[in-house]
Design a protein around this ligand. Sequence first.
Ligand SMILES: [Zn+2]
Ligand SMILES: [Zn+2]
Length: 767
Amino acid sequence: MTSIVRASIRVEGVVQGVGFRPFVYSLATRLGLAGWVGNDVDGVFAEVEGAAACVKQFLGLLETQAPPLARVDRVTAAAMAPTGAAGFAIVASDHSGRRRALVSADSATCDDCLAELADPGDRRFGYPFINCTNCGPRFTIVTGVPYDRPLTTMAPFTMCAACAAEYHDPANRRFHAQPVCCPACGPRLRLIDTRSGDGAGDPLAEAARLLADGQVLAVKGLGGYHLAVDAGSQAAASALRARKHREDKPFALMVADVAAARELCEVDETGQALLASARRPVVLLPRRPGAPVADAVAPGNRQLGIMLPYTPLHHLLLAEVGRPIVLTSGNVSDEPIAYTDDDALERLAGIADAFLTHDRAIHIRTDDSVVRPLRGRETLLRRSRGYAPEPLGLAARLPRPVLACGAELKNTFCLAVEDRAFVSHHIGDLENFETLRSFTDGIAHFRRLFDTEPEVVAYDLHPDYLSTRYALDLDCIDLAGIQHHHAHIASCLADNGEEGPVIGVAFDGTGFGTDGTIWGGEFLLADLAGFERAGHLEPVPMPGGAAAIRQPWRMAAAYLDAAYAGEVAAGLEVAGRNAGRWPDVVAMARRGINAPLTSSAGRLFDAVAALLGVRDTINYEGQAAIELEQLADPAERGAYRASIDAGAAGPGGGAGPLRVRGADLVRAAAEDLLAGAAPPVIAARFHRGVAAAIAEVCAALRERSGLGTVALSGGVFQNLLLLGQVVDLLEESGFRVLTHARVPPNDGGISLGQVAVAGARDRRDGR
Ligand SMILES: [Zn+2]
Ligand SMILES: [Zn+2]
């Protein structure tokens, strides 16, 4: 005898605006179940009734066969008394209560839509705004919640009868696809020639002609405007650099497909999966020798940043152009990317010769994400379009909602409630009004979108960060100041769903220390709630303060002076190249005037880069260190050795922090250089020396603390050569090693760490 059961079911996660209800409808109908399904503030709810085996099968398939854009976090089911009612229905949404449903990230055009785009018989043939429930714009067009067409930037477009029929048909791929549209009712493409006004003819053909002609084209994308040129044209790429005032920082490329990517780069299995993923990030890949890309695209770089088309407009444009294009953010120098039409036309007028644009507004500026394959895994350098605002799960529940303001460079903020952390899209460097407005507008938007009032606001201890000032300006709210490197280690812990305690290695450029000096080469004994500074690089002066960041040769002067105790070896080219200012800078370092002390690992890499002649001044953050990594000979097996001093006893009589003498590494490099060793060999020995010092300090701290897990974080660990060596050495000596996976190791991950620390302190304090 078949037993009939009824179950009440709740599905949480990214389950709205992704075709989940039609999926439930067709699944239930297929299994012969009765009942209904609907949306509410928490996600999707349903009741199903039928044979016990079929209901069981239904529950299993809910997770395993969910639509491509759905992310099922939780399915809960409770037994009810069968009602005997027949039929299955999609019921109206219930909007009452606090909203917990999630907004999905933007997603690349799906294969079904691409097939229609290319089908001359389809009514959306060649239409640049084709989308469905399985693909298309989401986060960038959402103006509010619940996610419904009136609360998207598609609101001004009234659906035609044919689109409305698809939208209302539960069996259709476009059922409740909010951005659904067609040539009859949706957005339109337009080409604006900045000299002659509107372009005549087909905008796409004209855009392709301009690119082929070596001109600079602004293209409206999902999260902002890009600037495009023919990637093979040295003249066009150089013109773009000059007009953007961007000297060396590599441009990203867009190619038609994976095969085209293989012509430019080495693409392994992980790289291919990342390129083709629906998130469509920029993927950093090793450049092939002789790749047909102009030198000005990524000067002196062994890698190229490549992405595949992610909007129908990109697909059509790439097909029309027939070759790779540069597709870089639409801005001047370090300004935020332009995303509103008026702003783009104004700010990019001096850069672009023409605009390929349209009338669907972008609600929130969202830059391209940047990732890199590492040992078969994805690692993030920038988490933004295609990822935000998907929440990251937290291992422990937050007692109170937290807003974390992040740091200064590569800023993200994070709004977190219960066990979900909504890390924002990339905001950028908070050093001008436009970025600050992105930051404050973004926070307001997230508060509405996720219906969350923060009760704790976490911020960096640096008093001058704009994100810190924003936090300190808020009234009537609990504040949690969190040390920068503790936030890095907490970020790595939260990224891995762990709570510590661990030995944390936080190596980066700059962070405000609890003693008022600049930290950045730190060994912490840390859990989420607190930390002890157990070791660090021996501090050296930064002659000229911020000038020493822009001019690595100043760090070479400071480090060489420390290494040789004032008697710098003669014959070093770095001193010769900067002879005019060298004595003054050395004097500044010695007197300590305008020369703050720093234990920054970034500055140590800068010093060695300048010493080896990699470069004396930089044009973008981290440039010298990036080029030093690329210079290093991967086959070299030698390593310099840094002495490690037991620190002076602390005030309580316990052991003080261990001090790693970075100057020893600089001295060894200088002596090798004077002895005629090749710079690639020296760069490699330096990297291996830093890795060995990290492993040695961790081993000493394991003796002291009994901890066997190491967490690695901070921007310096974007250096894959260093990261690989450190992980290998630590694992060889029996450590368990945690690295980043879901957020970047750089300051883009700080906000997640701040959330984790604020939550842990709340739990410690019994909140
Ligand atoms: Zn689609
Ligand atoms: Zn239509």
